[in-house]
Design a protein around this ligand. Sequence first.
Ligand code: FNR
Length: 186
Amino acid sequence: MTQYQIAVVVGSLRKASLNRKLADAMAKMAPPEFVFKQVDIGDLPLYNQDDDANQCEAVKRLKADILASQGLLFVTPEYNRSIPGVLKNAIDHASRPYGQSAWAGKPAGVLGVSIGAIGTALAQQHLRNILANLDVPTLGQPEAFIHAIEGFFDTDGNVNAGSKKFIQTWMDSYVAWVKKHAKQSA
Ligand code: FNR
């Protein structure tokens, strides 16, 4: 059975992050051949183009994790109607030096959860712009703008019964998307 390693990028660093919780819950809804690994972005320095020729260990590790993957999953909050700076910082790091981006061609899905009513819609749209520039084929539909109402996660951290069907549909589409694009690049 072909294994698919997925590099999961969570756009929040806080311990109790709802988006990290969602990433954990999503990983349990994928088929067994999909293995999810959350990449560390919290120890990356601020991106500085002067360091392109001499990237630090944290950046090398991030790029290695992405290059070893067959797919990407971005699970991000919305900060001030865009993506968090920590996420953009990580994206910029792994896109350089010029011509040596780790992102290119990796199939991706984007989703996010917010306590706000628009459920990260604007952050996701900004992220889609960035991923298009990085030549990352990104699942278009279904979209998942998740509003974290009370009880969205059950006591075990799983998505509650009412939302499970929708989230499972998203995951099934994402799995098919990764398989389709991973084949093309094989
Ligand atoms: C937010 N939050 C927020 N929510 C939203 O729907 N739209 C927004 O533009 C913003 N802006 C924003 C800016 C900053 C600096 C913070 C700290 C928060 C609220 C945000 O969705 C909420 O805190 C989430 O719980 C953050 O995600 P994690 O950390 O739980 O994954």
